[in-house]
Design a binder for this molecule. Structure first.
Ligand SMILES: CC(C)(COP(=O)(O)OP(=O)(O)OC[C@H]1O[C@@H](n2cnc3c(N)ncnc32)[C@H](O)[C@@H]1OP(=O)(O)O)[C@@H](O)C(=O)NCCC(=O)NCCS
Length: 161
């Protein structure tokens, strides 16, 4: 799969395929926003999605040589019985660079990659209490789908949690 490299002169943002040198900044940005620093998780994510394999996308947004956001997604076929579709499962923008269209540019770019691969739907999941993320996806035109997440606590009764 070819590397992505899109420049937008209006906000001086480049959206491009991530490379290994971006990882330390991605780890720091995620740590700052989520409050948990998880280097092994991001190294594994980069190994799985950053290798320019067909259908897998790990993109960063860069402004004046600083990584200000990232998005990860892939095409999944017959997941939960759905026909092949794009899934976005990680999206973050630096708090200092928000509301300037960075996430929109990354989302548009990944959707274009999905389209070019022949899929006609994009899916994501988010915490229903995360109003910022919900507002962003709603602004892109995303709406509630037909599937719902189910979960169950696996802790044995009486065991320490
Ligand atoms: C959600 C997020 C990615 C949006 O990034 P962004 O670059 O600021 O988004 P954009 O500038 O492209 O916003 C596009 C539209 O989304 C909506 N939007 C974005 N942020 C919003 C907010 N805080 N409140 C309301 N609407 C918002 C607006 O409609 C906006 O369009 P407008 O600026 O014309 O009003 C960013 O706020 C973020 O990283 N939040 C934290 C993400 C997170 O919790 N990650 C961990 C779990 S994955």
């Amino acid at each position: 799969m070819a590397k992505i490299n899109e420049f937008n002169a209006e906000n001086d943002i480049t959206v491009r395929s991530a490379d290994g040198g971006d990882l330390s900044r991605i780890i720091a940005l995620d740590g700052q926003i989520s409050g948990i620093t998880k280097p092994e998780y991001w190294q594994e994510s980069f190994r799985r999605f950053g290798g320019l394999q067909d259908g897998r996308h790990f993109l960063v947004a860069e402004k004046k040589s600083l990584i200000v956001g990232f998005i990860i997604g892939e095409i999944r076929a017959w997941e939960f019985g759905s026909p092949p579709g794009g899934w976005v499962f990680s999206l973050t923008v630096d708090p200092d660079t928000r509301l300037c269209g960075v996430a929109t540019m990354m989302f548009d770019t990944i959707c274009q990659c999905f389209r070019q691969a022949g899929v006609n739907k994009v899916h994501t999941m988010t915490d229903r209490d995360n109003i910022t993320v919900m507002s962003f996806f709603r602004a892109q035109g995303m709406m509630a789908g037909s599937t719902i997440p189910l979960e169950m606590d696996l802790t044995e009764p009486g065991s320490p949690s």
